[in-house]
Design a protein around this ligand. Sequence first.
Ligand SMILES: [Cu+2]
Length: 170
Amino acid sequence: MKKIVKHLALLSLVISAVACNKKETPAETPAEVAPATEEVQAPTADAFTVELESNDQMQFNQTEIKVPVGKTISLTLKHTGKMAKEVMGHNFVLLNKGVDMAAFATKAAEAKDNGFVPAGSEADVLAKTDLIGGGESTTVEFTITEAGKYDFLCSFPGHYAMMKGVIIAE
Ligand SMILES: [Cu+2]
């Protein structure tokens, strides 16, 4: 979306340059619309970091993760396998208290176009990552404001039976 906006801005600048000021060479690129740089999201400086691994055997390497209440948590999910995300994709979905995991996973399995997170489930989901394949990693930041136990799962169809765990916020 940002790129489109920038292209439009460039286009309108070129058009206005041609229309209003014929002396200016349209080929010259104005400094303020220099090529868009990839936005890299820097992790929050004092975030509590968690590394969670997943693999081609449909497993997370941790099933219980302790985190502090009220602090920014930066969770990185790594896929240490080799299989493509269409076949062995993994994500990390953290459910709110009281959400039925089996019911959620059943709905999620049908939400392929939304990374296997059902549209309209915002109240059920505290945090989620993108779906990744072998060799990839992805990071999500979130904060838990209330102490307690929260279920997490991989919502790729059929995975939650093996790929689930609990986050203990204290
Ligand atoms: Cu998975």
